[in-house]
Write a protein that binds this ligand. Sequence first.
Ligand code: 13P
Ligand code: SF4
Length: 302
Amino acid sequence: MENRLIAEIQKLKKEKNAIILAHYYVNEELQALADYVGDSFYLAKVAKGTDADVVVFCGVSFMGESAKMLNPEKTVLMPDITADCPMAHMAQVEKIKELREKYEDLAVVCYINSTAELKSHSDVCVTSSNAVKIVKNLPNQNIFFIPDVNLGRFVAEQVPEKNVILNDGYCPIHKDITGTSIKELKKKHPEALVMAHPECKENVVKLADYVGSTADMIAFAKQSECKEFIVCTEEGVNYRLREDNPDKKFYFGGEYLCRDMKLNTLEKVLHVLKTGENEMKLPEELCEKAVAPLDRMLALAK
Ligand code: 13P
Ligand code: SF4
């Protein structure tokens, strides 16, 4: 059954000059199928540079929106149009306006995990792999970091010379990762290195030997001489970690699954390729405003 679906998808992909992009949190069979798999930053760069006519994005809506904004003439198809990141909505335009009045030099730094509407009110986007570098190099002293409190706090710690104002958004999946569960794993596997995504809470990040994006953690585990790792992020990364490191062991403190990422399936990829349904569409005016901070990110992260 799976092989038949894959064969049909491959055939349609050729016919339609389509590519499949997948985030490390989607189901394994989609990561195996995709032309490009990566973290949010890598996928944004691929979306910007592709020659394909159609991009099928196995991820959540902010990723599809970004792909569409960076490449408005392309068709961007979402296998499940309801797959959405709850954190992407966790900031208020009113608060941005209020702080812009208070601080003359305010830079609104917007984590890419945000709606197009929030991006359109921001100065620059960042991802977990370039946030520290970009905030450090901004000329502004006052930064409002939206929507993620945890990535914002991590950036503030790395860039103490700036006034980073935090918002109160968070990722519900990373929020569930507890310091207690990581300490228990560490007791069982004392040799293991702890890797954490910066969306984790402060007490979890403090326990980590390495903090980075999904792609950064995957690269860290690959080059490390250590044979065991405790992983503090969504479990989808386990697929790449296992494929790249058959001789190493990876432990997770619980079942950390992003329900929205998991809405993507092979059947749905085939369906959208066949029908052209679930096309990502954005009002032109919103697109124009919201792409500016994304383009600035791509330029500053070089
Ligand atoms: P990265 O893959 O950029 O680390 O992002 C993690 C995430 O939560 C995406 O939704
Ligand atoms: Fe959003 Fe968290 Fe899911 Fe990433 S893992 S898409 S931040 S809810």
